[in-house]
Design a protein around this ligand. Structure first.
Ligand SMILES: Cc1ncc(COP(=O)(O)O)c(C=O)c1O
Length: 316
């Protein structure tokens, strides 16, 4: 995602995106003391609406996580939702969009203490397509890096500093010719993808690593479990997952706001199942993409619909 278009909510105002800048001395820039979210809006051209997915849930998680980092956000969840919708109206992107709220330690100082340090808030959005290929099946590796642990930097907090770990994991995978990586806990159990949660199919059941295994408690993870249960009658078991289960699973897929539902067809060059995208991943992906684009009325409560003005026609 890269954007120089549109607006940003920055220090309490909507400003042109290029004016939303921080000093090089900002606490969060040196020390990783920010908390962020990633939210998607899906454009449905026949409805002429942008459907923002699980908006309230993302801001609930955001506020919980800012507390963990002692960052004060001067808005309620409802206010943050309304600011975001106003931003999207101003931006007017009539296409799939990614929204990035970021709260951060904003004082200009050298020294890591967060005591007395002021807090900043920005929200910006950019047109955004697929984060990873979701059609052909990903070739993933098990990373040589380990996930940061709950008692180091809690991965569930979506702290910017934690994404140095994510960057090491993802980059190692890419330079070695893989699409993505799966990361293990210090104890050697499966945590998640670099920036996605992970599901396996074992004996026809869905299995996903437990929330105590250093994962981000994904909003898509929960949504996918709900879809699997309601639409396919398949329950999800959340438990500790051994690395070797990756090599014997019938199917594996990654979930996330960015990744959506991304099937995995090999792990460490060993094929998953018969090497094709699995039927459960494929069915869940189709259902998910229909739901988020507003095509499944049973799940309307996942979405905040937004009408965006048509761009003015300028006569030559
Ligand atoms: C480390 C990590 N795990 C999992 C996820 C998926 O979370 P969600 O479904 O809430 O986007 C993300 C994406 O934001 C992530 O960064």
């Amino acid at each position: 995602m890269s954007s120089t278009r549109g607006y940003a909510y920055f220090q309490g105002d909507f400003v042109p995106f290029e004016d939303a800048n921080v000093s090089v001395m900002t606490h969060a820039l040196s020390y990783g003391t920010g908390v962020f979210e990633g939210i998607r809006g899906y454009w449905n051209p026949s409805h002429e609406k942008l459907y923002v997915v699980k908006l309230r849930e993302h801001f609930l998680r955001f506020i919980q996580n800012t507390r963990m980092m002692s960052i004060v956000v001067p808005h309620s969840v409802e206010e943050l939702c309304n600011i975001t919708l106003e931003l999207l109206r101003l931006d007017g992107f009539r296409e799939d969009t990614y929204i990035r709220p970021l709260a951060y330690k904003s004082s200009l100082q050298i020294g890591v203490s967060m005591e007395g340090v002021s807090d900043g808030l920005t929200i910006f959005a950019a047109p955004f397509g697929n984060y990873v290929d979701i059609d052909r099946g990903l070739a993933v590796c098990v990373s040589s890096w380990r996930r940061t642990s709950d008692n180091a930097i809690p991965p569930r907090a979506k702290v910017t500093g934690n994404y140095a770990n994510t960057a090491l994991i993802k980059n190692e995978a890419v330079v070695n010719g893989y699409d993505e990586a799966i990361v293990l806990t210090e104890q050697g159990y499966v945590a998640e993808g670099s920036a996605e949660n992970l599901f396996l199919v074992r004996d026809g059941q869905l299995v996903t690593p437990s929330v105590a295994d250093n994962i981000l408690e994904g909003i898509t993870r929960r949504a996918v479990s709900e879809l699997a249960e309601r639409e396919l009658g398949i329950p999800t078991v959340s438990r500790t997952v051994a690395r070797s289960e990756l090599y014997v699973a019938e199917e594996i897929f990654l979930t996330g706001t960015g990744a959506q539902i991304a099937p995995v067809t090999s792990v460490d060059r060993r094929t998953v199942g018969n090497g094709d995208v699995g039927p459960i991943a494929s069915r869940l992906q189709q259902l998910y993409l229909d739901v988020v684009r507003g095509k499944h009325p049973d799940y309307a409560d996942w979405l905040t619909p937004l009408e965006l003005a048509r761009p003015a026609v300028v006569n030559a």
